[in-house]
Design a protein around this ligand. Structure first.
Ligand SMILES: NC(=O)c1ccc[n+]([C@@H]2O[C@H](COP(=O)([O-])OP(=O)(O)OC[C@H]3O[C@@H](n4cnc5c(N)ncnc54)[C@H](O)[C@@H]3O)[C@@H](O)[C@H]2O)c1
Length: 262
């Protein structure tokens, strides 16, 4: 499929994990890319494998929690490519700790990276998205739909991403710009290595995940590409859950596993 031939796609936090897979997917489908990350070395190393010529790839060091850096990213993209068709807001950091123990700086950092970044990218990119009749796909999380034990900051921030996506969708539907989000469940990225490598946590996930495995970054990227494509032309304000069935369960015990003969 070459659904994004010559389209201009901006991806934030593109040097690792889900963002890297999103960038690779758009590259494979013919897009021209503007990739941003705070880790410029990793961004350069990882994107080299895409094999894109210099006139189809813009790499930029940007901390997307900083408004001026986002403004410069969007300006550089438009200067190089002249348009923006798709904006994939993938940057997000987590937090672990109850409200009673989470340092206030961490709470603020999570909101700055996960939520403020979307406010900034949309603010600066919107005129270009309107001109291109483009769309935005945010990386939210199932943690933005339900609560996790011990993840107060992350739950609050991703909840904000989900509802900001809905707000933007309705505010700008008449402008011809669609806004959607993916809500990944546990995904095999460096960010979740500590969970997946902890035996007890891995066993608890194995018990709860109906499909019996974590998702792959490429499976998240496929969902982003669908939402960004013309196949999703009548979909806006939607948060697509990509979690192997994790949130399809009520949380009640697995009776068949515990009492197989009953
Ligand atoms: N991995 C999962 O299980 C999972 C599940 C649900 C949602 N998500 C979301 O997916 C997104 C990507 O997560 P991942 O697991 O791929 O992470 P990752 O750790 O593999 O990669 C994160 C990338 O973000 C970059 N980054 C961090 N802060 C930044 C900033 N301020 N500005 C620009 N770049 C920044 C890092 O340098 C890194 O390259 C996040 O929004 C995360 O919340 C991940």
């Amino acid at each position: 499929m070459m659904r994004f031939q010559d389209k201009v796609v901006v991806v934030t936090a593109a040097a690792s994990g889900i963002g890297l897979a999103i960038a690779r997917r758009f590259a494979d489908e013919g897009a021209r890319l503007a990739l941003a990350d705070i880790n410029e070395d990793a961004l350069r190393e990882q994107s080299a494998a895409f094999g894109l010529p210099a006139d189809r790839l813009l790499l930029r060091r940007a901390d997307v929690s900083e408004m001026d850096q986002v403004e410069a990213l969007i300006a550089a993209t438009v200067e190089k490519f002249g348009r923006i068709d798709v904006l994939a807001n993938n940057a997000g950091v987590g937090s672990y700790g109850y409200v009673t123990e989470l340092p206030i700086e961490r709470w603020r950092r999570v909101f700055a990276v996960d939520v403020d970044s979307i406010f900034y990218t949309v603010r600066f990119a919107l005129p270009h998205l309107i001109a291109a009749r483009g769309n935005v796909v945010n990386t939210a999380s199932i943690s933005g739909l339900y609560g996790d034990y011990g993840f107060a900051g992350y739950n609050a921030a991703k909840g904000a991403v989900v509802n900001l996506t809905r707000n933007l969708a309705i505010d700008h539907a008449k402008d011809g710009v669609r806004f959607n989000a993916i809500c990944p469940g546990l995904t095999e990225t460096p960010a979740t290595r500590w969970m997946r490598e902890n035996e007890e946590i891995a066993a608890a996930y194995a018990d709860r995940l109906p499909m019996g495995r974590a998702g792959k970054p490429e499976e998240m990227a496929a969902a982003v590409a669908f939402l960004a494509s013309e196949d999703a032309s009548y979909i806006t304000g939607h948060c697509l859950v990509v979690d192997g069935g994790l949130t399809a369960a009520t949380g009640q015990p697995n009776f068949k596993r515990i009492m197989p003969t009953r």
